[in-house]
Design a protein around this ligand. Sequence first.
Ligand code: HEM
Length: 276
Amino acid sequence: MAKSALLKSSIGKKYWMALTGLFLCVFLIGHLVGNLQLIYASDLQFNQYAHFMTTNPAVKVLSYLTYFSILFHAVDGILLTIQNKKARPVGYAKNNAAANSTWQSRNMAVLGTLLLVFIVTHMTNFWAKMHFSEMPLQTQVLATPMGDVEMYNTTSGSFIEKQQVEMGGLELKNGKEFYIPNSDLKFAEGYKDLYKITVDFFKNPVNNMGLIATILYVLSMAVLSFHLLHGFKSAFQSLGLNHTKYNGIIKCAGTAFAIIVPLLFAIIPVYIHFVK
Ligand code: HEM
C-alpha cells in the first residue's frame, strides 16, 4: 500500500475511533447516573428505571448504537494497532518511549482489550439475564377476601398498589402479566427484579464470589480510568480539535472525566458489597 493511502486509512480509522469513543463516553455518563440509583433509590425505582431502559423505543435505538460503537471501536482499535506495528516495526521502546509518551498512551490496545473482556463478562452477567432469561419479578399479587388485588414488592415486602376486580382468581401469564379470569381483564405488570440480581451478584457469599466480583470490578474501573486518561483528549486531537487555546481545557476535562467517572462506578459494587 502507498504510504499516503496507509496514512489516509489510518487517519480515517482514528477519526471513527474518536467518534465512537466519545459516544461511549456519553453512554458512560448515562449508565453511571442510572446505576447510582442502586445506592440512593429504592428497589422499585431502580427496577422501573431498568424496565423503561429496556422497553422504550428511543432508548432501544441508543442501545443498538452503543453495541455497534463498542464493536466498531474494538475492531478499529485492533486494526489500527496492527497497522501501526507494521508501519513502525522497530517500536517505541528503542526511542526512549517513557520520556516521550505516557504509559497509558503506549498501552491503549492492552487496556482496550481488558475493557472488552470486562464488557463481555459484564453484559453476560446483567444485560443477558435482563433480556433473555427468566428473572425474579418484583411484584407479588395477592387476592384479598374482598375480591381486590393487592400488589407487593417481593424483595422488601412493602405494599405497592391495590386494584379492584369483580371476581377473584389470578393466573400468571408469560411470567410477567397477571390475567384475572372472569373479570374485566385487568393486567398488572411485574417488574423484572434487576435490583435483586445486581445486589445478589455483589453480595454472593458462596466462595466469596461477591467479594471477588467487587474486587474485579474495582480493578476494571482502574483500567477504564487509564484508558480514558489518554483516550478522551486523544479523541479531540483525532477529530482535528487541536488548538492551543482549547488544549488545556480539553486536557483538564479529560483528566477529571477519567478519574471521576470510573471512581463513581467503582463505588457502586463496593457500597453494595460492604454497606447494603
Ligand atoms: C461498576 C458499576 C456498574 C454496574 C453496577 C453496572 C450495571 C449494569 C446493569 C445492571 C446492566 C443491565 C441493564 C440493562 O440491560 O438494561 C448493565 C448493562 C450494560 N453495562 Fe453496565 N454497570 C456498571 C459499569 C459499566 C461500565 C464501566 C461499562 C462500560 C465500560 C458498562 C457497560 C454496559 C453495557 C454496554 C450494558 C448494556 C447496555 C444496554 O443494553 O443499553 N457497565 N450494566
